[in-house]
Design a protein around this ligand. Sequence first.
Ligand SMILES: [Zn+2]
Length: 146
Amino acid sequence: MGLMSMFGQPKEQAETFPFQLTDTEWRERLTPEQYRILRGHGTERAGSCALNYEKRAGTFSCVGCGQKLFTSHKKFESGTGWPSFDQPLEGAVGATEDFSHGMHRVEVHCANCGGHLGHVFPDGPPPTGLRYCINGEVMTFEPAEA
Ligand SMILES: [Zn+2]
């Protein structure tokens, strides 16, 4: 069965997002690596981002627009070298089918700015069975108040 069916009807490719910047503004706002991933559908090197090893309680947000995406209690150690979650915050991310690199995957992006975050795979732990494989470079982490 198609993983996309879990996300409702396929969206138009020309989806527009509430938070919009020009290309110049994105380049000013992001580091070159963040721009490459978030705006260019890039992927960071596995194990390269410190957020992969973040164990504290807190919230992960989009580096592009600040939208809260994931909480730490939905994070799990997937062994892939990328921060992995079994569930995003309600309404925080969108998904599109991705046929790049000769694979059929489901791409995950920020629902507010449309920035590319990573992919979702159907091999995560229960109860969702999903693995959101996210580039840590395009998220910020805010520890919960102690
Ligand atoms: Zn965003």
